[in-house]
Ligand binder design. Structure first.
Ligand SMILES: [Zn+2]
Length: 593
């Protein structure tokens, strides 16, 4: 999962606190029989069926996802030799080479640019230098802003210096959501101005009797709630800078997160024709925002309520100027996505994608045992091993009508950059990309009675997931903290925001109902993993992992791919999804010939 400090969506401490508050959903269906026939140590209750399944599998020589192979691949990718797989380093290049060798050995075709196995991803790393002169002036009275304390700003433009002197517009939540009959902008002209946003979406803090209640998914965060949307919308409207007013509950994390490495960011190098992002972006501390509004004659708490009203419209603050004068250090980094293809027999131009990210956090400070490599064994060497295993099994099976493209993205941890680079300049047209299925972190605590769904209500692929799970005598349980917006925070989202239906399996999206220990044990696994290993040196391969649950999750994707691979069906976004309209714009491309 993407969690660049500095741009990060959630703090670990908060996540754990929220997990411990999580109350079990009452809709959990208990499934008595345990597992289907994959992996070792099958449940006694299911032994007869499993034995029969195994016998069939042997008889038909059908390959299945294998725990030992998964473990062996992770052991390699998470070894010290791969140095934590940071993009632009020898460990990163070694990873790309290894993945190419694996895909080639499985008999797949190169799926990258110009007949190669790769897709080049040029990136920049930017660092706003300190001291940075940042301030508001309200009717000539200055309010100085200290980077990291009052404000945390960075840039994704490759510029050496930034100088801004611009009026400030309060845009409320800044949502422009025609499918929800909502528009915060009205006639306001943001060109050359600074857009000031509230965090989350308009109904997050609404009481049940307010007109806005439920309009933006209640507690579930919609795309309009994400800072990424707000910065992009500000850029589309020509704003020079975008600032989001921080609030802990609505952001899902404390000020410590934006303050942890302020001024640093990463971005894909855009081609000349691409639209420019805002020049400066970031967070404004809630206290600094409250002082600004009070000096300008407004009450921030009152404005928060006003912004929840359907007739709220953005307005410029009289006599308020935001100024920034700072220098930026820019570095360039080059890395690669790895892509492999299994061509379809009769409709090869219709593409199913199975993806993960190969990168991890590289080398860092020594831990108490002196380890410096952050091997990203679970995040996301295990997902990548899952992609390779699906590739192996599908390559060994009967060919499919549609093509399957396997991708291992780079630079997910730097802000979904590998997948973003691909989606903004795709090798296979997105309008004929049937679905993207992404694996990012799988639980290693054994078989589970359910699989956790991220982004409930978004697309029909969740129905595919349900029927695949039913085939394993498992059920689908929605993620436990939809307000954290996990749906917008992994690589599948780079495709989703351009209309491709997606499905994400992410082992930390909610505790699974484990066959041994139930939901409590599933939650505990996440608390332990997120609390001490996630993005740290201890996210390491272990011979003690129980990968039977992971295998079952990976098998769900394999089942869905096999089903859609021979189907003429195009899964749709569901009514009310913020991505339905963009998909429909390319509907003609999918009409049967
Ligand atoms: Zn990840």
């Amino acid at each position: 999962m993407q969690q660049r400090i500095g741009r990060s969506p959630i703090s670990l401490g908060n996540y754990i606190k929220q997990l411990s508050k999580f109350v079990l959903s009452s809709s959990v269906v208990l499934v008595i029989a345990g597992l289907t026939g994959c992996g070792r140590g099958d449940q006694q209750t299911a032994a007869t069926t499993d034995d029969a399944n195994k016998a069939n599998a042997v008889a038909e020589n059908v390959a299945s996802i294998d725990t030992e192979r998964l473990s062996a691949i992770v052991k390699v990718l998470a070894s010290d030799e791969f140095e934590g797989r940071a993009p632009g380093t020898p460990g990163g290049r070694k990873t790309v080479k290894y993945l190419i060798e694996q895909f080639a050995a499985l008999g797949l075709e190169p799926g990258g640019e110009n007949g190669s196995w790769t897709h080049t991803v040029p990136m920049i790393r930017t660092q706003v230098q300190t001291p940075a002169a940042l301030k508001f002036s309200v009717g000539g009275t200055l309010q100085a802003l200290q980077q990291q304390t009052d404000i945390a700003v960075d840039t994704v433009r490759p510029v050496q210096s930034i100088a801004i002197d611009a009026p400030v517009v309060f845009v409320g939540f800044g949502a422009s959501a025609p499918e929800r009959d909502w528009d915060d902008y009205g006639d306001i002209d943001l060109r050359g101005k600074v857009a000031l946003y509230l965090v989350n979406d308009p109904d997050f803090a609404a009481a049940p009797d307010e007109p806005v209640a439920g309009r933006f998914g209640d507690r579930r965060m919609t795309y309009y709630g994400r800072w990424a949307y707000k910065f992009a919308e500000a850029a589309r409207r020509g704003a020079t800078a975008a600032l989001v007013i921080h609030e802990t509950a609505a952001a899902g994390y404390g000020w410590n997160v934006p303050a942890s490495s302020p001024g640093e960011n990463y971005a894909v190098v855009r081609d000349a024709a691409a639209a420019d992002p805002v020049t400066l972006q970031g967070w404004l501390h809630g206290d600094a925002a409250a002082s600004l509004f009070s000096a300008a004659g407004y009450d921030l708490d009152e404005l928060r309520v006003r912004a929840r009203s359907p007739d709220f419209e953005a307005f410029e603050l009289d006599d308020v100027i935001f100024s920034a004068d700072l220098s930026v250090q820019v570095e360039t980094i080059e890395s690669s996505n790895v892509l492999a293809k299994l061509p379809g027999t009769s409709r090869p131009d219709e593409i199913l994608m199975v993806t993960s990210h190969w990168d991890a956090y590289g080398i860092g400070e020594p831990d108490t045992e002196g380890r410096t490599v952050r091997p990203g064994a679970n995040d996301d060497a295990l997902g990548t091993a899952g992609v390779l295993e699906i590739a192996r099994v599908l390559a060994a099976g009967p060919p499919l009508a549609r093509s399957v493209v396997f991708a291992a993205w780079t630079a997910e941890e730097s802000g979904l950059l590998g997948s973003e680079a691909y989606a903004s300049d795709p090798i296979y047209p997105l309008e004929k990309t049937v679905a993207n299925l992404t694996l990012d972190i799988l639980q290693t605590a054994g078989p589970a009675r359910d699989v956790i769904l991220v982004g409930e209500g978004q697309s029909e692929l969740e129905d595919d997931l349900k029927s695949a799970a039913a085939g394993q005598r498992r059920v689908v349980t929605p993620e436990n903290l939809p307000e954290n917006g996990l749906f917008f925070r992994a690589d599948h989202f780079s495709l989703a925001q351009r209309g491709v239906p997606v499905l994400l399996i992410m082992g930390i999206a909610g505790g699974a109902d484990l066959v041994e220990g139930g939901r409590e044990a599933g939650d505990q696994w996440i608390a332990d993993y997120v609390g001490s290993c996630y993005h740290q040196t201890c996210d390491a391969w272990s011979p003690d992992w129980d990968l039977r649950g992971a295998v079952e999750d990976i098998e769900l994707f394999r089942t869905i791919i096999e089903d859609l691979g021979n189907s003429t069906r195009w899964p749709q976004w569901k009514e009310g999804s913020e991505f339905k309209a963009i998909r429909e714009q390319s509907a003609d491309a999918r009409l049967a010939r």
